[in-house]
Design a protein around this ligand. Structure first.
Ligand SMILES: Cc1cc2nc3c(=O)[nH]c(=O)nc-3n(C[C@H](O)[C@H](O)[C@H](O)COP(=O)(O)OP(=O)(O)OC[C@H]3O[C@@H](n4cnc5c(N)ncnc54)[C@H](O)[C@@H]3O)c2cc1C
Length: 279
């Protein structure tokens, strides 16, 4: 069992868990993820490593409750155990001294962009973070990002904090500056990453996105996470999760994410009806 050391509730649907997993904590790098299973008959889900502390032997994940398993996970309290916690999986983010890098995070993607910003900064880059959320209540880790990056730009869809609009509005301004970024990294909901790529393509800026397809085993065996990148089939779990955003077939990926919608809804309905996750 992997014990939950700390729980933080950012909003009713976004939660942080710090989990005791010393071996994962020793190895995890920015951009990698874990696959976890709450109990024996539960499904495995992938979550990005938002932070890790090798000395404390812990890994932090931040997640949005969207369906049965993320709700079940969000209902666990400090001291509870998670049955399986496998990782680190996937390739780490490519970290080099690129010069100036804009890191764009949307929603829960902010947690995924944080370790990337930190690693890029450590490698000597000037880092501009552009983060957005639907409303002020859904924003988190502003303090952590502010300590890490050179410039932090915030947007909220409803204008409840800093600037009204989407991350793409701000990114367009950053891209149009006299000294535009040498590279853009985007993590967030699929429509956001797709829109980011639309902007950066116009400005000819290399863009890396972290893809989030349905994933079953996370180790390249099942093929569920396949995506088309540059006209070729790639497996996100072992060849990604990061790819050149200008090469990704986003329409196909969006369609594949909907594939088990009916089953996901049925599972959530059973969970809400009181199966306690054991259904
Ligand atoms: C490499 C990787 C890293 C990820 N990291 C994070 C993270 O750090 N934090 C986080 O909140 N989520 C992350 N996700 C998404 C997360 O795995 C899904 O939200 C989760 O599997 C949904 O499980 P569920 O049983 O709660 O919902 P389900 O019942 O499986 O799905 C409910 C709804 O969520 C949508 N959905 C299902 N799977 C995904 C998915 N993979 N991505 C986006 N939407 C999905 C479905 O279309 C459906 O509408 C990551 C996904 C991948 C592939």
């Amino acid at each position: 069992m992997y014990r939950i050391l700390r729980k933080e509730v950012f909003s009713p649907s976004v939660k942080l868990l710090e989990i005791e997993a010393p071996r994962v904590a020793r190895k995890a790098q920015a951009g990698q993820f874990v696959m976890l299973r709450v109990y024996e008959r539960g499904e495995r889900i992938p979550l990005t490593v938002a932070d890790c502390d090798p000395e404390r032997g812990s890994v932090t994940v931040v997640f949005m409750e969207v369906g049965k398993t993320t709700r079940l996970l969000g209902s666990l309290e400090e001291g509870a155990g998670i049955l399986d916690f496998v990782g680190p999986l996937g390739n780490p983010t490519e970290i080099e001294k690129f010069g100036r890098v804009a890191c764009v995070g949307g929603g829960v993607g902010v947690a995924c962009i944080y370790p990337i910003c930190r690693a890029l900064k450590k490698a000597g880059n000037e880092v501009i973070a552009v983060v957005g959320a639907r409303t002020k209540e859904l924003l988190f880790w502003e303090d952590r990002l502010r300590e890490t990056v050179d410039e932090l730009l915030i947007t909220t869809d409803d204008g409840s904090y800093v600037r009204k609009g989407f991350v793409t509005d701000v990114l367009r301004e950053v891209a149009g500056r006299e000294n535009p970024p040498d590279r853009v990294v985007a993590v967030g909901p699929l429509p956001m990453m797709r829109a980011v790529c639309g902007v950066t393509k116009e400005f000819g800026l290399k863009t890396i996105v972290s893809l989030n397809p349905i994933m079953v085993d996370g180790i390249g065996m099942c093929g569920a996470c396949r995506v088309t990148v540059g006209g070729e089939t790639r497996f996100v779990c072992v060849e990604g999760p990061e790819f050149d955003g200008h090469e990704v077939d986003f329409a196909e990926l969006a369609q594949r994410l909907q594939r088990y919608r009916a089953q996901e809804q049925e599972s959530l309905a059973r969970y809400e009806a009181g199966c306690g996750g054991r259904c």
